[in-house]
Design a protein around this ligand. Structure first.
Ligand code: APR
Length: 312
């Protein structure tokens, strides 16, 4: 039987993810948005590209609260949300996106009770909490896309620095998706060689800083909107890993129950991803400094989770 992936939010990230899913022929795709006509229009446009792109994935789009086309989806990627608008407070944004995430996740859980949820909407780790609570799904079936994107950015900058293929690079970023993320140069390599042996410390610092500001750098250039090609690629890589039960180790936001000394919090950690979603959380030994940075990041995520309780 064909696999089905539903993408909630047919905006930049959602539509790009739908395109990649279809072109890789990973699954049939259902695009859902509140905007009238937009998901159906983008779906039809993608279908009309299929003869040229040479795939037979079916892509449909629907508007509103009728989630029946998403029935029995294997994976649901949630990108729904609104960006911060001028004059909008951080709390207003958090409360709006929290309500959107709560509503769409409940709709999803009603029709696709066995799906794995991949959360993309920001603030990422906080939104994972909302989806986890609203879905009632076990913790292995709710995860967030962040670390894969951040580590892809890190890899891009390593490849640029050394003039080597991105394919030879490997990088780890842990922690929350935001200013407090924890890029780990010790675990970042070029063909197995730690970058600490290949790049001068001050250049590593510069690359780490650029990685940390990766999202903001793109927002600064685009002016209207945020990054979407790389976020969509990262979400689709996670979906592919799950659909094919590949058991890749990828950095994802996962629910921690004591791993790394952190409890009841979604945070970016290395995860073994397979058909069951998060199949294992890999615990690597951290130095005192790295652990302190991770704890600092956990405090930032916990702050958002507490804010959401206050805003409820
Ligand atoms: N149900 C379905 N779709 C919704 C809902 C809802 N309740 N509320 C908003 N949306 C839709 C919007 O109509 C819009 O089409 O979500 C889409 C979001 O798309 P964009 O504004 O283009 O944002 P995008 O760049 O795709 O980013 C989506 O991913 O990377 C994160 O920070 C980013 O949180 C943002 C999300």
């Amino acid at each position: 039987m064909r696999k089905k992936v539903t993408v909630i939010g047919a905006g930049n990230v959602g539509a790009t993810a739908a395109m990649r899913l279809a072109e890789k022929e990973l699954a049939d795709v259902v695009l859902i948005d509140i905007l009238e006509g937009v998901p159906a229009g983008k779906a039809l446009d993608l279908m009309e590209a299929a003869p040229i792109e040479k795939h037979d994935a079916n892509v449909i789009g629907t508007t509103g609260d009728d989630y029946s086309p998403a029935k029995d989806s294997d994976i649901v990627i949630i990108t729904a949300g609104i960006p911060r608008k001028p004059g909008m407070s951080r709390d207003d944004l958090l409360s709006t996106n929290m309500n959107i995430m709560d509503a769409v996740t409940k709709n999803v859980a009603a029709v696709a009770p066995n799906a794995v949820l991949i959360i993309v909407s920001n603030p990422l780790d906080a939104m994972c909490h909302v989806a986890y609570n609203a879905s009632g799904f076990p913790k292995n079936r709710v995860l967030g896309m962040a670390g894969l994107l951040d580590s892809a950015r890190f890899r891009t900058f390593i490849a640029m620095e050394l003039d080597v293929s991105v394919e030879s690079t490997h990088a780890y970023v842990m922690g929350g998706h935001g200013d407090t993320m924890v890029p780990l140069p010790r675990f970042s390599t070029v063909s197995g060689i730690p970058i600490t042996q290949l790049i001068a410390p001050e250049r590593i610092d510069a690359i780490v800083e650029r990685t940390r500001n990766g999202g903001a750098e793109i927002v600064g250039l685009l002016k209207t909107g945020s990054a979407y090609y790389a976020p969509a690629s990262a979400a689709v890589e996670m979906a592919e890993t799950i659909l094919k039960d590949k058991k890749k180790i990828l950095p994802c936001s996962a629910y921690l129950s004591g791993e790394y000394g952190i409890r009841d919090l979604f945070m970016g950690v290395p995860v073994k991803l397979g058909a069951n979603g998060v199949e294992e959380i890999i615990e690597v030994e951290l130095t005192d400094d790295e652990k302190a940075a991770l704890d600092h990041s956990a405090d930032a995520v916990r702050g958002l989770v507490d804010d959401m309780k206050r805003l409820k």
